[in-house]
Write a protein that binds this ligand. Sequence first.
Ligand SMILES: [Zn+2]
Length: 106
Amino acid sequence: MAALPVYRWRLAPDGYATRRQLRARGLRPGGQDVAAQLERPRRRGSLVAYLYRVDLAKPVRPMTPARWAALAKANAARRTCPACRRDVGYVIPASLGMCVTCAYPE
Ligand SMILES: [Zn+2]
């Protein structure tokens, strides 16, 4: 964090945006590190804002019903035993490759 470039308020170069500015454009930092700092001088101390690179930002992808459904389906698949084809209610252990009932029949 020591080598971050610091810009004066309103003098930020193009291609940088604060988290709020990204959000207003439907973007999020997307895991990138803070790229620069903005400093707004004040009588007492200064306000600092963190800048992110717009070209590294990722679009905000809200969970849609379709994405929830896909997620639920994927989770259901992980709970479904390939041997007896039942949703056993827990994730099939990779070490067994099947549900416990199938792996250890009485
Ligand atoms: Zn089974």
